[in-house]
Design a protein around this ligand. Structure first.
Ligand code: COA
Ligand code: AMP
Length: 635
């Protein structure tokens, strides 16, 4: 099939408002928007300013009203608990209505924030949808974050309620969530009145009287009493959720998502980008704590009337590297989404992909990859193993849906390995030099998107309009700064090469080295430090810390290194995968005192590097190289 991409992208460019107005027809509105875009509204304009709608209604009620209540909404597949559960749209709606009534009973109103700190269980999705139902704003916090990170989010969004669970299951260990929640509530200055806690059998939590309420009992009581909440009409521009992501300081950025534009964009992308039709099975193997989980485990598939797989497990070890293929075959998955790191993990354990042969993958049409750069070697391996298109696509927590990719739904374009293909309608992607001038095709520069951003992208940061402007809009006036570096080729294909800030990508997880430096520097024996991301075959990048110890300290440096490693795990969480800390005599700096992190990284990654002209003392780089080599890094 010839791709319709050029025609559709051209139609958007010619008449963006007409394009999105037409896409908005696929959403049910209580009050249909008269206008697609209001340039004077919001920070850079906003979408569907006079629309009134409800995201939960569009995800659930309308499918049930259309007679599709028996269709399966979620297949919860949990190899870590040996269970599989199928939940129909009708049953999901019943739970969501009742939980929304529980929220109301606990005093949660439209616009109030609810923090959701839960593992990959269906109750987490119910908690999100019930918030959307009453116009409350949810903020999901990934389970791999430590208590301190949870506390920062509780304080920032001033949560009225927290929904959590007693535990999560990681291969080989049970993660007790409740003690982390209790610790977070001790640290946080803001104290929500209640926590709804889902008790899992594997590890039941101690409950604090009055404050903690048993999730299952409260839900059952609401159902017995026939309590259910209807859908609260919300403005299209009202916030649906806040999702915190790493920023350039320890303070995470609260990315805001609205209701109307978000639904329009996701619904459009499910069909035109991912190429899935209502009724088909879609699986995003991510976590609801990340944007991928929000957009493509919960909201996108439900808006589109798909069956979505909610997977509580890992690509390897639960129980073997054939799990992904087992799930695709067993549940008839048509289209899947994962991170390249997951494929690298599978390949490491099953290099010839021999386990694929055990499963019937006839219905499987395509595998989408995002979260980090998809290296051509991994793509080729997966193509050989699976015999379906492997489609790299690029986006960010901020955008909420793909910026660039090869649109399966519109017909695939030729593949260029190493490129997530072309910008999607809504995104005018350009490359600027540091002074803000456009560069030639093939030249590396700052990847920016011409304003306005399309529907679905962040309108601002939670309670931080000024930070939003400063972080994204001020450096290149008229453009949104992605903080990615890359280039466009002569055919308009995008190549994303690196971040321009301190963010590193560890196993598809976005982390700030600046935030890790803040933690390292808080150790009493550390005088100064630098954290960089170094290349890793499995995780893409892993963090490494360089510590300069106070001159009056005479302890073993290995002891201090271990303490700093523990400190990062305790403050940020295991997800940071911070396992390498090295004490060094001095850090290499420019004469003006800037630490030469990029040069250290090149040495560690065995990349060619030049002695920076402004370096203060070149001998320090030899010292750093010696320390790295002693650890077997950069050799
Ligand atoms: N709750 C608590 N702890 C968690 C957690 C969660 N939800 N998720 C991860 N962790 C912990 C892990 O147990 C691990 O702890 P450890 O240091 O005690 O071993 C640590 O955080 C790092 O986890 P992870 O990054 O998952 O590394 P891993 O070595 O356990 O597994 C992969 C490596 C590649 C298999 C794994 O990262 C993976 O499946 N990645 C898929 C990528 C993905 O889903 N990306 C999301 C964006 S699309
Ligand atoms: P997150 O906000 O966690 O989704 O991370 C977004 C960042 O991950 C982007 O800014 C990129 O740096 C990186 N990223 C995501 N997808 C890709 C991709 N397909 N290719 C290259 N980098 C990617």
């Amino acid at each position: 099939m010839a791709s319709r991409y050029s025609e559709v992208y051209g139609a958007w460019k010619t008449d963006p408002e007409g394009f999105w107005s037409e896409a908005a027809e696929a959403i049910d509105w209580f009050e249909r928007p008269e206008r697609a875009f209001e340039a004077e509204g919001g920070i850079y304009g906003h979408w569907f300013p006079d629309g009134v709608t409800n995201s939960c209604y569009n995800c659930l009620d309308r499918h049930v009203e259309a007679g599709r209540g028996d269709q399966i909404a979620f297949i919860y597949d949990s190899p870590v608990t040996s269970s599989i559960e199928r939940i129909s749209y009708g049953a999901l709606l019943d739970d969501v209505k009742a939980l929304a009534a529980v929220y109301r009973e606990l005093g949660v109103d439209k616009g109030d924030r609810i923090i959701i700190y839960m593992p990959m269980i269906p109750q987490a999705a119910v908690a999100m949808l019930a918030a959307a139902r009453i116009g409350a704003v949810h903020s999901v916090v990934f389970g791999g974050f430590a208590a301190n990170e949870l506390a920062v989010r509780i304080d920032d969004c001033q949560a009225k309620l927290i929904v959590s669970a007693s535990c999560g299951i990681e291969p080989g260990r049970t993660v007790a969530y409740k003690p982390l929640l209790d610790a977070a509530l001790t640290i946080a200055e803001h104290k929500p009145a209640h926590c709804l806690v889902y008790q899992r059998e594997m590890l039941r939590a101690d409950m604090t009287p009055v404050r903690d309420i048993d999730y299952a009992s409260a839900l059952a009581a609401a159902k017995d009493a026939g309590d259910e909440a209807g859908c609260t009409p919300v403005a299209s521009t009202d916030p649906l959720y806040v999702l915190y992501t790493s920023g350039t300081t320890g303070q995470p950025k609260g990315v805001v998502r609205d209701n109307g534009g978000h639904m329009v964009a996701l619904k459009w992308s499910m069909q035109n980008f991912f190429g899935v039709q209502p009724g088909e099975v879609f699986w995003a193997a991510s976590d609801i704590g990340w944007v991928v989980g929000h957009s493509f485990i919960v909201y996108g598939p439900l808006l589109n009337g798909n069956t979505s797989v909610l997977f509580e497990g890992k690509p390897v070890g639960t129980p073997d590297p054939g799990t992904y293929w087992r799930i695709i075959a067993q549940h008839g998955v048509a289209v899947m989404f994962t991170a390249p790191t997951a494929l690298r993990a599978i390949r490491k354990e099953d290099p010839d992909a021999s386990l694929v042969a055990n499963y019937d993958l006839q219905q499987f049409r395509a595998l989408f990859l995002a979260g980090e750069r998809a290296d051509p070697d991994t793509i080729r391996w997966a193509e050989r193993a699976l015999g379906v298109p492997i489609i790299d696509h690029w986006w960010q927590t901020e955008t909420g849906w793909p910026v660039a990719g090869n649109p399966l739904g519109l017909g695939l374009l030729p593949v260029k390995y190493g490129s997530p293909a072309v910008p999607l309608p809504g995104y005018d992607v350009q490359i600027l030099d540091d002074a803000g001038h456009p560069v030639e095709a093939g030249t590396l520069g700052n990847v920016v998107v011409k304003l306005p951003l399309p529907p679905g992208c962040l309108p601002t940061l939670w309670n931080a309009d000024r930070r939003f402007r400063a972080a994204y809009l001020e450096e290149f006036p008229g453009y949104y700064k992605t903080a990615d570096a890359g280039y466009l080729d002569d055919d308009g294909y995008v190549f994303i090469m690196a971040r321009t800030d301190d963010i590193i990508n560890v196993a598809g997880h976005r982390l700030s080295t600046g935030a890790m430096e803040e933690v390292c520097a808080s150790h009493p024996d550390v005088a100064e430090c630098a954290v960089i991301g170094i290349a890793d075959d499995l995780k893409g990048q892993i963090p490494a810390g360089f510590l300069v110890i106070n001159s009056n300290v005479s302890r073993e440096t290995s002891e201090i290194e271990q303490e700093v490693i523990s400190l990062v795990r305790d403050r940020i969480g295991p997800v940071a995968a911070f396992r390498t800390a090295m004490c060094v005599k001095r850090l290499p700096k420019t004469r003006s005192g800037k630490i030469l992190r990029a040069t250290i990284q090149k040495i560690a990654d065995r990349q060619p590097w030049k002695m920076p002209a402004t370096i203060d003392d070149p001998a320090i780089l030899d010292e750093i190289a010696a320390v790295l080599h002693a650890k077997g890094i950069g050799v």
